[in-house]
Design a protein around this ligand. Structure first.
Ligand SMILES: NC(=O)c1ccc[n+]([C@@H]2O[C@H](COP(=O)([O-])OP(=O)(O)OC[C@H]3O[C@@H](n4cnc5c(N)ncnc54)[C@H](OP(=O)(O)O)[C@@H]3O)[C@@H](O)[C@H]2O)c1
Length: 276
């Protein structure tokens, strides 16, 4: 299915002060590679390559250029690496991945030591079949982030930048305390924020004021919009795009119709050209 381009080039937003420009709606690829130990309301099968290609085609057709993955998303990184390599359109995408959580044994293991973060980043590049990625975020468990200021982990991220392996660094953060520690050392943060989970509102504003980019996750309550949550998906998107600090909203889906709906709703929330 060929989609009209919805997000105009000029509507792309800069990730903090990095010069990297992304569509205000990004695509989360957790469901490409992992269907256990996840918090979605209904079980699902991992998609086949044709489904992934169809979703990626639709993203590009609509002007969506940001792909979010993580070392902990099962086979997501390696599948993206293989599929983007075959497609030959790797340059069209801004890739963002994460380090610090592994899920290789079927349960989450966290290690935020500088050595582990560097090894994870290097493995992500091999899995993604690229020489560098746009963004690397610490995949916080919500506890470790309180000591990120003392462990040297941000120095490890800076080393990866100096080596040219990543362009922007930061953290996926769960607490205001973690955000306050991460903001001075980050180009971009990932934060859960929705009408049902608005607790990180001030941290988003603080990141924006500091010139740090903000990626939002779980804006549809991980798929619970309309299922016990008292707000429509359209209102859910309007709610999050009211925040000027937001760079991009990451939504994951295996359903083409949902992807198109989300893009249309994001455009409606932002204005006709996908700007804001
Ligand atoms: N940093 C972290 O710790 C972290 C944690 C979780 C997620 N993330 C990232 O953030 C992304 C989004 O998070 P999320 O998947 O937890 O939450 P979400 O975006 O709030 O919800 C995604 C879920 O909503 C469903 N959905 C999407 N569009 C829909 C629509 N128009 N109508 C009805 N249902 C719809 C999807 O199911 P269908 O497949 O059926 O459409 C999917 O299961 C992930 O893909 C991942 O990249 C990061």
């Amino acid at each position: 299915m060929k989609q009209d381009r919805l997000f105009a080039e000029q509507a792309r937003r800069e990730i903090g002060r990095t010069g990297i420009r992304v569509s205000p709606l990004g695509f989360g690829t957790l469901k490409f590679g992992r269907n256990t130990g996840v918090k979605y309301p209904t079980p699902f099968d991992l998609p086949d390559d044709d489904t992934i290609n169809e979703l990626l085609d639709a993203c590009l057709d609509m002007g969506i250029n940001l792909l979010d993955t993580a070392a902990a998303y099962g086979t997501s990184e390696s599948r993206l690496g293989e599929i983007l390599c075959k497609r030959g359109d790797g340059d069209a995408w801004v890739l963002s991945t994460k380090a610090g959580e592994d899920y290789d044994t079927g349960e989450s293991v966290f290690d935020f030591s500088p050595e582990a973060i560097i090894a994870s980043a290097e493995r992500s590049l091999r899995r993604l079949r690229v020489d560098s990625v746009a963004c690397l975020l610490l995949h916080s468990d919500g506890v470790a982030e309180r000591s990120f200021g003392e462990t040297g982990v941000f120095d490890a991220l800076d080393d990866l930048k100096t080596r040219g392996l990543v362009r922007a660094v930061g953290a996926s953060i769960k607490t205001p305390e973690g955000a306050a520690i991460a903001i001075p050392r980050s180009d971009v943060l990932m934060i859960e924020y929705s009408f049902a989970s608005p607790g990180m509102s001030e941290s988003i504003d603080a990141a924006g004021a500091a010139g740090v980019g903000v990626f939002l996750k779980k804006v549809l309550g991980s798929g619970r919009v309309g299922d016990g949550y008292d707000m429509s998906a359209a209102d859910a998107l309007r709610f999050v795009f009211e925040k000027p600090a937001v760079t991009s909203v990451l939504i994951g889906t295996l359903c083409l119709e949902h992807l198109v709906e989300n893009a249309e709703r994001a455009i409606a929330a932002l204005g006709n050209d996908g700007g804001g």
